[in-house]
Structure formats: structure tokens, C-alpha cells
Design a protein around this ligand. Structure first.
Ligand SMILES: Cc1cc2nc3c(=O)[nH]c(=O)nc-3n(C[C@H](O)[C@H](O)[C@H](O)COP(=O)(O)OP(=O)(O)OC[C@H]3O[C@@H](n4cnc5c(N)ncnc54)[C@H](O)[C@@H]3O)c2cc1C
Length: 172
């Protein structure tokens, strides 16, 4: 899409968990006008807050032979071979960029004593590839995504809309 046409397009995002708020913030950063609809009092209260263990990414920081293919295979196997393979492969491909994006958003991932991003083994995988923030990775990721969204709201690129709730107090 021609960059100058992006501002003519309105994108509606329903739900502001990790997926919705990240998509809304990224699309707004790209120049689209975004309306993000939030069910809870704040995007910080989405169910994503419950995630604890961390995110798997094939960065091979531990130099134990990790790769996009190995993350793909582990994830397919971990999902009892019921996941859609094309989607899982895409997830494995972009996993490394997602960590970088979260770090840029200020997510305080655990670091080793040398100051580098730390990894642990999580979810039955065969290598150490989980990036984590203590036992509250989901909460920290949500705060990062929410602050990226807030930046776009303050720039006027994104509108965070709360539909009228049962008590009738619609809020923007
Ligand atoms: C206890 C727990 C631990 C987990 N641990 C991990 C982990 O360690 N690592 C990992 O990778 N994953 C983990 N997961 C999975 C991961 O957290 C989720 O897959 C991910 O957070 C889902 O994000 P989401 O944005 O798709 O959904 P959600 O965070 O659920 O966001 C969806 C949002 O949409 C809103 N919504 C729904 N309908 C509407 C509507 N009609 N209008 C407006 N808003 C609406 C909802 O209220 C919600 O806020 C864990 C999950 C749980 C529950």
C-alpha cells in the first residue's frame, strides 16, 4: 500500500489482549487509523495477563542447535500434531523479531549476569529458548504492548474505545 494512502484507511481491532493491542499499536505506527475496542476497564486487564512461563523464540542464544525448523517441529509435536502447519511455521519464523520488538517496547525480560537476555527451558521443549520475565511474562508483555498503544493514542493515530458497559458508562 502506498504510504500516503494508509492514513485514509480505518482499521477496527476488537479486543486488546496481547494480540489486539500489539496489532493496533503496530498498524497505527505504520500509518493506519486504528480504532481498538476494549472490553475491560483497561487493555492491561486482558486475559493475556495470566501467562507466566515466557515466549519461545529460535534465537539460539544458548548455542544448543536451535533453529526455526526445530521450534516449528517442537511446537507441532507439542500440539499433538493438530496445529495448522503453515501458521506454526510462520510463528517460528517471526519469533525472533517478536522478542526484539518486545525489548524495544521496554519489556523487562530476565537477563544473565553478563547482561544478555536469559533463557530457560519451558513447556517440554528440547532446548533452552524461552524468554521470560520472572513468573509474570504475560503481565510485562501486556504493559509493553499497552505503552506502545498509548503512544499511538497520544499521537492521534489510534483511538482506544470502550463500548458502553452494563452500567451505561461509555468511556473513551
Ligand atoms: C494461565 C495461563 C498461562 C499461560 N502461559 C503462557 C506462557 O507461558 N507462554 C505463552 O506463550 N502463552 C501462555 N499462555 C497463552 C497466552 O497467554 C495466550 O494465548 C495469549 O495471551 C492470548 O492473547 P490474545 O490477545 O489472543 O487473547 P486475550 O488476552 O484473551 O485477549 C482477548 C481480548 O479480547 C476481549 N474481547 C473478547 N470479545 C470482545 C468483544 N466482543 N469486544 C471487545 N473485546 C472483546 C477480551 O475481553 C480480551 O481482553 C497462557 C495462558 C494462560 C491462561
Amino acid at each position: 500500500m502506498n504510504p500516503s494512502n494508509k492514513r485514509l484507511i480505518d482499521v477496527i481491532v476488537v479486543g486488546t489482549g496481547l494480540a489486539g493491542s500489539s496489532a493496533a499499536a503496530s498498524l497505527a505506527e505504520m500509518g493506519y487509523n486504528v480504532k481498538a475496542f476494549c472490553f475491560q476497564d483497561s487493555p492491561r486487564r486482558a486475559h493475556s495477563i495470566a501467562a507466566q512461563g515466557g515466549i519461545n523464540a529460535a534465537k539460539n542464544y544458548q548455542n544448543d542447535g536451535d533453529s526455526v525448523y526445530r521450534l516449528f517441529y517442537d511446537t507441532i509435536k507439542g500440539g499433538d500434531y493438530r496445529s495448522r502447519e503453515a501458521n506454526v511455521h510462520r510463528l517460528a519464523e517471526v519469533s525472533t523479531n517478536i522478542i526484539d520488538q518486545c525489548v524495544a517496547q521496554g519489556v523487562p525480560f530476565a537477563r544473565d549476569y553478563g547482561g544478555m537476555l536469559d533463557n530457560r527451558s519451558f513447556g517440554g521443549v528440547q532446548v533452552s529458548r524461552t524468554f521470560y520475565a520472572k513468573g509474570q511474562t504475560g503481565q510485562q508483555l501486556l504493559l509493553g504492548a499497552y505503552s506502545a498503544l498509548s503512544r499511538q493514542i497520544s499521537k492521534g493515530q489510534s483511538d482506544h474505545v470502550q463500548p458502553s458497559r452494563v452500567d451505561g458508562r461509555g468511556d473513551r
